[in-house]
Design a protein around this ligand. Structure first.
Ligand code: DP6
Length: 330
């Protein structure tokens, strides 16, 4: 038996990925930049064994079938085709956050799985290889391979491999993301489906494709210069454009709820009082507020008072993926 374990953390995009250039290869149509977080991690073990007659997956102690298992099998197949490892695998995965919390994304899951599977296969692998492998399963997962700030470029014609690249490490900038959770219900439309529907039906989709690279450059520059106003302003534009594309799809995709809007008003009110706070939302109703770390407590307090906000959490820049071999008997 060959076994390994990896841990990866979730990430939040500051410059959003929304839209695929190539669905089959899962190549994004726009570049994205994200912050890997210090919390919300997935720990995954991969055990290749000749005793197994098929791959199997346990997620938070529940055996999985159907789509979740298929996506894991596809990743394992890729590792088997790259390495000398040809056996089936048992995959055991744990999230340290409630899977239905809505902050859960596939990012930490596929980043941890990619690293654990490569490590267990006995291959010598690089973070770029793990990122490319994770990206095939879920593009946002490519960014969770790296610590703190990283970028996933857009796919280009004729390019089949695509990995995220690290931009800046954890100690580059003392920022925080204050997350306001506004629902316990899983998102209404999954990202993959939402992106395809946006591409096919939203009249402003092409405009988004034009604007996104410029916003991404501004965000990268803002992060490099540790300029919160520049980063936050472009980040809000990226979020609003992506959500307006989703809202203009047919049928419309509205990820927000009433508390999302109330939280946005609270962020604007904070800014009017001189607090540098900027909001972003993913394919769900939660609001994440980017700020200087010393302002996080004040922002958290303000968000707690917003009607419909169920809980809040302060997130900080976190490390990249970590993988290790496991004892054969473990
Ligand atoms: C709104 O990475 O979940 O969170 O590649 O189809 O698995 P797939 O999509 P996914 O999309 C994430 C979309 C987003 C923005 C982002 O994280 O960049």
């Amino acid at each position: 038996m060959s076994s390994a374990q990896a841990i990866a953390r979730s990430n939040i995009a500051l410059a959003k990925y929304w839209g695929k250039r190539d669905v089959r290869r899962n190549l994004p149509a726009v570049p994205s930049v994200s912050l890997t977080l210090d919390r919300f991690s997935t720990t995954t073990e991969v055990h290749f064994s000749k005793q197994l007659s098929a791959d199997c997956l346990f997620l938070d102690d529940q055996q999985q079938q159907g789509k979740p298992l298929e996506r894991v099998q596809q990743l394992l197949d890729r590792v088997r085709s790259l390495s000398d490892e040809k056996r089936f695998a048992r995959v055991v995965s744990h999230n340290n956050f409630p899977t239905a919390s809505g902050l859960a994304s596939s990012a930490s899951g596929f980043a941890a799985l990619a690293a654990a599977a490569l490590q267990a296969s006995g291959m010598r692998w690089t973070p770029a290889q793990a990122s490319d492998l994770a990206r095939r399963s879920s593009a946002s997962a490519a960014r969770s391979i790296f610590a703190a700030f990283s970028e996933l470029p857009a796919g280009r014609r004729g390019v089949t491999k695509l990995a995220a690249r690290p931009l800046h490490n954890v100690d580059h900038w003392d920022v925080a993301l204050v997350a306001a959770l506004t629902s316990h219900v899983a998102k209404s439309v999954g990202s993959t489906e939402g992106m395809q529907r946006s591409k096919k039906t939203a009249p402003n989709y092409n405009d988004w494709l034009k604007q996104a690279p410029r916003l991404c450059r501004q965000i990268r520059k803002g992060i490099r210069e540790r300029d919160l106003e520049q980063t936050g302003t472009a980040m809000e534009k990226s979020t609003m454009l992506f959500h307006s594309v989703a809202m203009c799809a047919s049928p419309p995709i509205l990820y927000w709820n009433a508390a999302t809007i109330s939280a946005l008003h609270a962020v604007h009110a904070l800014r009017e009082r001189g607090v540098a706070a900027y909001a972003t939302m993913d394919a769900g109703p939660h609001v994440k507020v980017l700020c200087q770390a010393p302002d996080a407590a004040r922002i958290q307090q303000a968000l707690r008072r917003v009607a419909g906000v169920l809980s809040t959490v302060v997130l900080r820049p976190g490390p990249g993926v970590e993988a290790k071999d496991l004892d054969e008997n473990s």
